[in-house]
Design a protein around this ligand. Sequence first.
Ligand code: ADE
Length: 220
Amino acid sequence: MKIDILTLFPEMLEGFINNSIIKKAQEKKLVEINLINFREFSHLNNQQVDDTPYGGGAGMVLRCEPIVEAIESVKTENSLVILLTPQGKTYTQQMANNLKKYNHLILICGHYEGFDERILEFVDLELSIGDYVLTGGEAAALVVTDSIVRLLDNVIKDDSKNNESFEDGLLDYPTYTKPREFRGLKVPEVLLSGNHQEIAQWRKQEQIKKTQEKRPDLFK
Ligand code: ADE
């Protein structure tokens, strides 16, 4: 899979994509991630990418041509063009599972007050990571990238993916490691029993209990 991220602030993303599991996935050629500064596609003096809104109002608006030309510089017939915006559909694990099937994603990070509405004509999907407003789409692009890359084949072990939160509409079960007792807090006996069937049963029950308590909305 290839992921091209169009941003005015590639430095904001560099540290994240060049560390840990995402870095290893790139080294193993399981994913290619490119940061593209769409300022380079500006036609204006001093590489301006924004302008004042028609009709008046506060703030600056991203112009069409740098973004659209940046999209066109990488787009093929297999690309899905995604705009990160608080106006988009709310991103979920189910969407991550769907997006991982694409060969090529183009993620566009907005900034400033907003973007020229005509940019939407060149976009396949608008995504929001939640009902709050960020200074730009960069953090959202990282959330989407991270959640997809970890689902790609051979990036992390399959069994870590099978039993995790949201995969079956439930939160993950509680996990413990050594020591057996920490400041009087004990690891549940069943996990020390070696009885795999009982452990599996207990984990499922805990998943249901935890989801009912913490995320009754999911449980419905
Ligand atoms: N840009 C600004 N806020 C955002 C959000 N909540 N999701 C995606 N992109 C954004």
